[in-house]
Design a protein around this ligand. Structure first.
Ligand SMILES: Cc1ncc(C[n+]2csc(CCOP(=O)(O)OP(=O)(O)O)c2C)c(N)n1
Ligand SMILES: [Mg+2]
Length: 317
């Protein structure tokens, strides 16, 4: 157990680190050194951080193409992530996967995917295996609100509930699938009810509140680890600040307004948690993170591209 102060420091370090990594990605992106499309999660970090801070290394995480935050919050290797974005041989997928295909087996980050909904099925398969091995580890499956439109989401909810799997479903509901609002795709704002229809306990957490997300995840993990409950569903309401894909803003697209984004930007988790720390301690954490981020981008820049004879290795044909 941490003291409240230690918890705030840990959450802040993780939040600030992810923000600085993604801000640096956005800065570098126009140079074309980053060879992969990037789906930034700036504004949404509190979800991945609140959830992953309540996990242990043995717990398994699956994510989406917007999962820099989950990868980093779960302890994924930063150097290898940045090198992957640069398409370098030292990347976590040897430079062949890019931002949307992150993996770090040593930290049980078992994959992210460009194809909406696919890792939900992967994650229940993994949870099924853990249950049969009587493992105390659990699985966390991150997905967006758009993924709940997919048939595989419904099939996965049904199967996970039927088999009582040790899995926590985290819906990062930023209200949009690309440029289409949830209520232009779904008749009701009722994702928790949908999960409950499959017999899965469900709860919504409003306002991007990292402490609430941490506490609810901790309680969920405790009961999943004890084998008390089958799957659990948490819907975390959050907001994406940047465009769907790429480093810029997209208010000119007309599907959302600056006024809609403003309260989310005002309620940014990072300065809020930062303000809870003692000033000197906050500065120290920020300096450590800045050095780490700078070193990771240097590592990526100075790493080699894969050699030509690697072209057909580790590929599916
Ligand atoms: C199976 C499939 N259908 C469509 C797409 C195109 N697509 C890419 S991202 C996306 C929106 C998904 O939205 P959401 O799940 O809410 O995630 P967010 O981007 O908001 O994080 C869609 C439809 C895809 N990649 N895969
Ligand atoms: Mg979404």
């Amino acid at each position: 157990m941490f003291s409240q102060n230690e918890l705030s420091e840990q959450l802040y370090r993780s939040l600030y680190r992810i923000r600085r990594v993604e801000e640096t990605v956005a800065l570098v992106y126009p140079t074309d050194k980053i060879k992969s499309p990037v789906h930034l999660s700036i504004g949404q970090e509190a979800v991945a951080v609140g959830v992953c801070e309540a996990l242990q290394t043995q717990d398994v995480v699956f994510g989406t193409y917007r999962s820099h935050a989950a990868y980093l919050a779960k302890g994924g290797n930063l150097n290898q992530m940045v090198a992957e974005l640069y398409g370098k041989a030292t990347g976590c997928a040897k430079g062949k996967g890019g931002s949307m295909h992150l993996i770090d087996v040593a930290h049980n980050i078992m994959g992210t995917s460009a194809v909406v909904g696919t890792t939900i099925a992967n994650s229940i398969g993994y949870a099924y295996a853990l249950k049969y091995q009587r493992s105390s580890a659990i699985v966390v499956s991150f997905f967006g609100d758009g993924a709940t439109d997919e048939g595989v989401w419904h099939e996965s909810m049904n199967f996970a509930s039927l088999k009582g799997l040790p899995i926590l479903f985290i819906c990062e509901n930023n209200r949009y699938a690309i440029h289409t609002h949830q209520l232009q795709r779904q008749p009701l704002d009722n994702l928790c009810d949908r999960a409950r229809a499959y017999g899965i306990p469900a709860e919504r957490i409003e306002d991007n509140d990292v402490f609430a997300i941490y506490a609810k995840t901790q309680a969920a993990v405790r009961s999943l680890r004890a084998g008390e409950a089958g799957p659990i569903f948490l819907e975390c309401i959050t907001y994406r600040w940047k465009e769907h894909v790429g480093p810029g803003e997209d208010y000119h697209m007309g599907y959302r307004t600056k006024q809609e984004a403003a309260p989310w930007i005002e309620n940014d988790a990072i300065p809020k948690v930062g303000a809870m720390l003692e000033a000197q301690r906050r500065q120290q954490i920020e300096a450590e993170v800045e050095a780490e981020v700078e070193a990771a981008f240097k590592f990526a820049e100075t790493s080699p591209f894969p050699s030509l004879d690697e072209l057909f290795t580790d590929t599916y044909k």
